[in-house]
Write a protein that binds this ligand. Structure first.
Ligand code: B1M
Length: 216
């Protein structure tokens, strides 16, 4: 299959919520020597964006959203080891505690960010999704984190990013831990408003922001 055709099929596999097809296309991408991150961004992400749009205007319903999410996760799980392999810089730049904030179960973007950070030399402690504020703070203290990285996909859960920053302040950790935020609803204005140190729109940008924050 030509690359463009493959990307179209990837797009369709997410719209169809077909995990088996998505996995097989992801394998084909690896076999063809395609950049795994490019396959995600050019093939699968447009599909999940389309599903999101159709969901918001009532043309698709929750079960379809769930199936699209599962297909996306399956594809990424196939591509992830290849992405990790391609991270060429092996030096450890710093420790990152990563989480999707409390009340939010979206993990695809967060996991992608974690994979890229790990691939490019950060030690990543991925706490998962719906992570309570104090659990993030405790982990940051326990591992002596350089960065706390918080993902939020819902306008209703973005406020938890601010809550974590306040909790870090309360326990006296804020001065030595940088806070990086991201997720579809996050804007530069929001970052300024909550006093976060960095923000990126995507996973590759997240690596650059993390490096910049630590001056490496
Ligand atoms: Co949800 N959902 N969802 N959903 N979902 C959105 C976010 C939504 C925009 C869809 C829509 O209506 N158009 C909408 C939010 C509306 C809003 O708040 N304004 C929405 C809703 C409403 C909901 C529910 C409330 C639906 C319901 O139950 N009625 C519910 C919420 C549950 C909860 O969290 N409590 C819900 C549930 C779900 C599923 C479980 C079904 C599933 C998630 C599956 C999973 O993650 N395992 C799901 C999905 C798949 C989506 C959409 C379609 C896709 C999200 C995604 O994975 N994108 C999404 C619409 C959309 O975003 N187009 C939608 C692909 C991923 C690679 O991108 O996550 O943006 P993203 O991550 C990017 C960047 O944002 C950035 O880098 C990543 C890689 O490039 N980034 C960071 C992310 N985190 C970062 C952190 C950083 C830096 C960069 O530094 C720390």
């Amino acid at each position: 299959m030509q690359t463009e055709e493959l990307y179209k099929a990837m797009f369709q596999s997410i719209i169809d919520g077909d995990s088996d097809v998505a996995a097989s296309l992801a394998k084909q991408a690896i076999d063809s020597g395609l950049d795994p991150l490019e396959a995600i961004n050019e093939g699968f992400v447009p599909g999940v964006n389309q599903v999101g749009e159709q969901f918001s205007c009532g043309d698709m319903f929750l079960p379809e959203l769930v199936m699209a999410g599962e297909a996306m996760k399956t594809a990424i799980s196939v591509l992830e080891p290849e992405m990790a392999k391609r991270g060429t810089e092996r030096k450890v730049f710093g420790k990152v505690v990563l989480a999707t904030v409390q009340g939010d179960i979206h993990d695809i973007g967060k996991t992608l960010v974690g994979t890229m950070l790990a691939a490019y030399g950060f030690q990543v402690y991925d706490l998962g999704v719906d992570v309570p504020i104090l659990k993030v703070v405790e982990k940051a203290r326990e591992v002596n984190a350089d960065i706390v990285a918080l993902s939020a996909l819902l306008t209703t859960t973005m406020v938890r990013q601010r809550d974590v920053i306040e909790a870090l302040e309360d326990v006296g950790l804020r001065a030595r831990v940088k806070v990086m935020v991201g997720g579809a609803p996050v804007t530069h204005e929001w970052v300024e408003q909550i006093g976060a140190d960095g923000y990126s729109e995507d996973a590759v940008g997240a690596v650059n922001v993390a490096k910049k924050l630590l001056g490496v």
